[in-house]
Design a protein around this ligand. Sequence first.
Ligand code: 13P
Length: 250
Amino acid sequence: MSRRPLVAGNWKMNMLNADGVALAREIAEKYAALKSPKCDVLVCPPAIWVAGVAQAVAGKIAVGAQDCHAAESGAHTGDISVPMIKDAGASFVIVGHSERRTNHHETDADVKAKAEAVIKHGLTAVICIGETEAQRDAGKTIDVCRSQIQGSMPDGATAENVVIAYEPVWAIGTGRTPTTKDVEDVHAAIREAIAAKTDKKTADGMRILYGGSVKPSNAEELMALPDVDGALVGGASLKAADFWAIVEAC
Ligand code: 13P
């Protein structure tokens, strides 16, 4: 089963308008200049910049939001719905990032409801999962990932409308990464959990990204692992040269 890798940049709460547009445009132009790109590229700016970035990249690369509300509209001050994100020109939404699970107390059920809204409107959900350091130390990494897949993945998930991102919480923004063997073992276990929740064909086709301190110097060995189908990049996605080096590693 060949899965087309995806390199996604999660800008988190960084970038003002002009810098974000310039960064996205540079990546889009480099990507458009490739003769036969071997991977897809996605940038996820803060919600307020999604429309401007989508306009700047003009469909050359994909644009996504970092979160959404599960409802289509209503009295939810400060929140943003999937139809709004779609209207702004985005085709992906990250849901369940550990920073949202921690800072906004989002549960698996919340993440599942958001992912359902994303796929209902024809966008692709990037569902984030991953263990904390304490869970890893307790030997619970695979149990945690399995239960997050079970609880966060919507019933209508397919290889087209869902991407999973495995992001060990302790590896985010710390410069630390699991060993390549650990990454491969966890990704393989996640694929089994996806098969248990859906079916083997769906699991074989679904992309599982690795995220957590991905940088130009480690991208190649991580991306070479059989069950790693791309990267969800935080800090290194804020500099065009670094992000582009990761795209090239793919
Ligand atoms: P870093 O690449 O900065 O570790 O962040 C990873 C991440 O959280 C992407 O969603």
